[in-house]
Ligand binder design. Structure first.
Ligand code: SF4
Ligand code: SF4
Ligand code: SF4
Length: 410
């Protein structure tokens, strides 16, 4: 497009004209040189600088940078709900393309908060968080570091006990959060680098099998089960996207919106059809009855544990708590029985009854989790600060001994 600062479809070098963007408040400064040829990498960086770095994936990409790459290759500029109209406006200005209505409803500025008393310490939220904003250890309470949370919502769905809330920020708090875009980008990059390192280590540690043996070996995750799971996710996602958009456009959408809705509806029907076909195919690798019973026993145990904890929190008297305790014990026994029937090796784990944790013990464990997280954060910093790491190691050692002293005393 003549006069455009970037072409949306061209990957060839381009020239920057003076930066007169009305950039959203979270945008980092664009490259200052105005008269140098711009590489595709620079173009992508300039687009990425206008994205809010929430890393939520609602644009259909696994983060803001991949969406920036998509836009540089010609993708529509209206797919970022956290960025809203401010981002569309800035991108349209940068690329000299027409503004489009937001494809999905805008997401408000928000942060996640864990209802810590209900957390069962399963660590699923930690694995989902794209910016490492959650601290905690297995079977211990988890908590969100508010200043690091982008409000991406990715931790909500994996939580098996639904103990994570989203709190909408006030306009002032939202400004503060937006000003942290660079921090969010850096944390996301560190996480990606760490995951890649871990992956490489795991692959390097895996014994190399001869080719014939590898081909003969049965896959751990049967392909059919994994495609069915993926098809269910795809069908749910595309249905939700269509319905949300339908709601957002109201009763009288314009022509362009009607086209978008038709495309979304087709995608939802296609995914639903594919799911129906897969479900109709007899599953050779469906879980056995024993495995299904084991899964159900685990769910029952979690729900009885939650009921007991809720009763204790509400201050119920002993008479009301007794049946809840008996049901919880029975669920533990049922789980052991299901494990035996399923033919699984006897568990070596010990069930931790977190309902009985005293406030002091809970606090000591939280202190320990924070001390560990702080040390691991310092280890990830480049360059490493030896003095800070020493201090953090001392704090961790002190937290460990306080917990140990408390445990041996009680
Ligand atoms: S904030 Fe979310 S929707 Fe927007 S570009 Fe980043 S990952 Fe995509
Ligand atoms: S804590 Fe939850 S909402 Fe906040 S950044 Fe992590 S995954 Fe996203
Ligand atoms: S996913 Fe939920 S239950 Fe599991 S650790 Fe996170 S907050 Fe706790």
């Amino acid at each position: 497009m003549p006069g455009s600062r970037f072409s949306q479809t061209s990957n060839t070098d381009d020239r920057l004209s003076p930066p007169h963007l009305s950039a959203p408040s979270w945008a980092v400064p664009l490259p200052a040189r105005l008269d140098v040829p711009m590489s595709n990498a620079l173009r992508i960086a300039a687009i990425d600088a206008l994205l809010p770095q929430t890393q939520c994936g609602k644009c259909g990409h696994p983060g803001c940078l991949p969406y920036a790459e998509g836009i540089a290759a010609g993708e529509a500029i209206n797919k970022c709900p956290p960025g809203g109209t401010a981002t569309i406006h800035a991108l349209a200005d940068l690329l000299q393309v027409p503004e489009l209505p937001l494809a999905l409803p805008a997401t408000p500025a928000q942060v996640a908060v864990i209802r810590e008393a209900e957390c069962i310490g399963c660590t699923k939220c930690i694995q989902a968080c794209p910016v490492d904003a959650i601290v905690g250890a297995a079977k211990l309470m988890h908590t969100v570091i508010g200043d690091e949370c982008t409000g991406c919502e990715l931790c909500i769905a994996p939580c098996p006990v639904d103990c994570i809330d989203l709190i909408t920020l006030s306009p002032t708090e939202a400004e503060v959060q937006r000003a942290r875009a660079e921090q969010f980008r850096t944390r996301h990059q560190h996480r990606q680098a760490r995951l890649a390192r871990n992956d490489a280590r795991r692959r390097a540690a895996r014994p190399v099998r001869p080719a014939q043996e590898t081909a003969a070996a049965a896959p751990r995750q049967p392909a059919a089960a994994s495609s069915l799971k993926q098809a269910k996710i795809d069908a749910a996602m595309s249905r939700a996207q269509w319905q949300k958009t339908l709601k957002a456009y109201g009763d009288s959408p314009n022509d362009e919106q009607r086209q978008q809705l038709a495309a979304l509806q087709q995608a939802a029907q296609r995914d639903q059809q594919r799911l129906a076909e897969l479900q109709a195919t007899p599953a050779q690798d469906a879980p056995s009855a024993g495995e299904q019973a084991l899964k159900q026993a685990k769910i029952d145990l979690a729900s009885h544990r939650m009921a007991l904890k809720a009763g204790e929190r509400r201050g119920l008297d002993e008479q009301s708590l007794t049946p809840l305790r008996s049901a919880y014990t029975a669920a533990q026994e049922a789980l052991h029985l299901a494990e035996e029937r399923c033919g699984k090796p006897a568990p070596t784990r010990t069930l931790v009854d977190k309902a009985g944790l005293s406030a002091q013990l809970r606090q000591l464990k939280t202190d320990l989790a924070y001390a560990r997280a702080e040390l691991s954060k310092l280890h990830r910093s480049v360059p490493e600060d030896a003095a800070k790491i020493r201090d953090a190691q001392e704090r961790l050692a002190a937290a460990e001994s306080r917990l140990q002293a408390h445990t041996s005393a009680s």
